[in-house]
Design a protein around this ligand. Structure first.
Ligand code: 4AD
Ligand code: MG
Length: 431
């Protein structure tokens, strides 16, 4: 056989005989010609099979191929302006590899329950391929951004002794004769690490027993969490803006084809440059009240509140200075206004809402201890964390960016379940 290539590189092989290894995406016959759509995970190409050219045997094999049968095809790459992707394959040879009988996902519409049950196969479809390739690009650019700026990647443990983001969403697991919890966030460990390394990040799964059935909640999601010694809230906000700009720019540059497959209007993405607008929590509440939404100072935002706020901004925007009660125990109080904390969220426009949560951490031993006690958290599990305020405490800040929510907004994907290969949700743990 000739050289095995991937469809994404087809434009480099015009006029050459090449081999593609893949699966039957679709097939159509018109008399003595078969139009066979072959996919290989990197793209889809139309192969033209002409009976008089390939002979009866190959033509008959091709004629019997069913959706998702695996095949190896060999042919000559031809430019064709009408073909999707601009190229087609003049088929010379074909080897069937594995049969596919009664493939359950046909090109017609299916209900979401059915597709979720068949997630292991649904991954092969065009849109799922596009959103997960965008995800991979988001992950790649996040790492590249941080690695290039001197952040050290130190991942946090998944088994943890205590809550980071509130005790109501913990997943307990039996840990020999003790109880451990799946990590909600690597932040607390990051704080220790930044005092040892300066600028660090962890990247990994986070687990939350979220009982909410919304389009933006998973029970297992991925988070990138940078943490920086000697950074104040303002400095962390700047890193957040620059990182998001970098991610969006890379997706535009490397995943334009996928954005098109998803039908994404990229005009909004092209405008994503800092500085992003900022409003205080207090002003956000007032804006919502003006819209007739029932909310008062001290309430946390629900998804509909955030969606309403996003109507007012074209760019991602920050909400900052949340009151202590709506945020986690570690948030530092503002010196000038102790009613609010040095916390911020970054909200994506177009109805998406929060994609980043972050802030400056309480660095005073006594204030932190008070906050831990006020929330009835077990002090002994946090003794190591308190230690960080005992041995050379410093101002420090960080944030967590949720990968799935970021991908959902960038690709304008309605539900986060399509931004992760195998989503875990309240009712979903299969496949
Ligand atoms: O705002 P959160 O809870 O912040 C933290 O976990 C901090 N410890 C981060 C830090 O400062 N190091 O979560 C951060 C982000 C959210 O903005 C959101 O994008 C995502 O994680 N996230 C979820 N994504 C999907 N499903 C869920 N259930 C999520 N919960 C949070
Ligand atoms: Mg948050």
């Amino acid at each position: 056989m000739s050289e095995w290539i991937y469809i994404q590189d087809i434009d480099k092989y015009e006029g050459q005989l090449i081999t593609i290894k893949g699966w039957v995406f679709n097939k159509r016959r018109s008399g003595k010609i078969i139009f066979l759509l072959v996919r290989d995970g990197t793209g889809i190409i139309q192969s033209i099979i002409v009976k008089n050219e390939v002979g009866d045997d190959i033509f008959d094999v091709a004629d019997k191929l069913t959706q998702e049968s695996s095949i190896i095809v060999e042919g000559v790459v031809r430019e064709d302006k009408r073909a999707p992707g601009g190229f087609e394959l003049g088929l010379k040879h074909l080897i069937p590899v594995g049969k596919s009988i009664d493939y359950p996902i046909s090109p017609k519409e299916h209900g979401i329950g059915f597709l979720m049950e068949n997630r292991h196969l649904w991954l092969r479809s065009k849109k799922q391929n596009a959103s997960l390739r965008i995800r991979a690009e988001v992950v790649r650019s996040v790492r590249e951004f941080l690695d290039n700026r001197g952040y050290v990647n130190l991942d946090a443990p998944i088994f943890t002794p205590a809550a980071c983001e509130g005790t109501t969403t913990l997943f307990p697991v039996k840990y020999f004769n003790k109880v451990a919890y799946l990590s909600q966030s690597g932040q607390l460990y990051n704080e220790a690490a930044c005092m040892a390394f300066g600028k660090v990040y962890c990247f990994g799964p986070a687990f939350r027993a979220e009982k909410s059935k919304t389009r933006r909640h998973l029970t297992e999601f991925w988070q990138v969490e940078p943490e920086m010694a000697y950074f104040q809230m303002e400095d962390a906000i700047k890193v957040t803006e620059e990182m998001l700009e970098y991610i969006v720019r890379n997706v535009l540059e490397h995943r334009e084809r996928e954005l098109k497959i998803l039908g994404r209007d990229i005009k909004i993405l092209e405008k994503v440059h800092p500085p992003f607008p900022r409003i205080r929590y207090k002003e956000a509440i007032e804006r919502l009240q003006k819209k007739g939404i029932e909310i008062k100072y001290g309430d946390d935002f629900g998804a509909p509140d955030e969606a309403a706020l996003t109507e007012e901004f074209e760019l991602p925007f920050f909400v900052y200075h949340f009151p202590a009660d709506v945020k986690a125990f570690y948030m530092k109080k503002d010196g000038e206004n102790p009613d609010v904390t040095l916390s911020f969220d970054l909200l994506a426009p177009e109805g998406y809402g929060e994609i980043v949560g972050g802030g400056q951490r309480e660095d005073d031993y006594q204030l932190l201890l008070k906050s831990i006690k006020k929330r009835n958290l077990p002090v002994k599990n946090f003794q190591w964390y308190l230690d960080l305020r005992k041995y050379g405490s410093i101002p420090h800040s960080g944030f967590g960016l949720g990968i799935e929510r970021t991908v959902a907004w960038i690709g304008k994907i309605h539900h986060v379940r399509e931004t992760i290969p195998f989503p875990r949700m309240l009712d979903t743990i299969y496949p």
